[in-house]
Design a protein around this ligand. Structure first.
Ligand code: HEM
Length: 95
């Protein structure tokens, strides 16, 4: 439920998280000035320990999902984030 909410670009703005459509493979700039490409490892870490790498322009207010999601759930969420690249080409192209 929370995932569905935050993955929608319009609603993501309302809860102050970055739009996640097409996030996989995107270049991400962090608050510490570092840049990285959002790979599977980064997405996993961002779900389990969101404070570890905070996206520039956002506050570290995402709750941790560590201990609340099992490996299957995490794999499903990451697969969903990766798939959103292909299913919403318009939103992805606007980045
Ligand atoms: C299943 C639910 C969620 C998933 C899969 C998820 C996933 C992610 C991912 C992958 C990022 C990094 C995005 C990027 O690099 O562009 C992120 C960042 C963020 N999320 Fe979430 N999120 C979830 C729930 C939430 C909730 C409930 C909130 C707020 C109440 C939230 C707030 C944020 C914020 C503020 C950021 C940017 C700051 C940071 O990097 O920590 N997220 N989220």
């Amino acid at each position: 439920m929370a995932a569905a909410t935050i993955v929608s670009p319009e609603l993501a703005t309302a809860v102050r998280g970055p739009p996640l459509t097409g996030v996989f493979g995107k270049k991400i700039r962090l608050v510490d000035g570092n840049e990285l490409v959002a790979d599977e490892e980064y997405l996993r870490e961002s779900i389990l320990r969101p404070q570890a790498k905070v996206v520039e322009g956002y506050k570290p207010l995402m709750p941790t999902f560590e201990g609340q999601i099992d490996e299957d759930g995490l794999a499903a969420l990451v697969a969903y984030l990766k798939a959103s690249l292909a299913t919403e080409p318009k939103a992805a192209a606007n980045k």
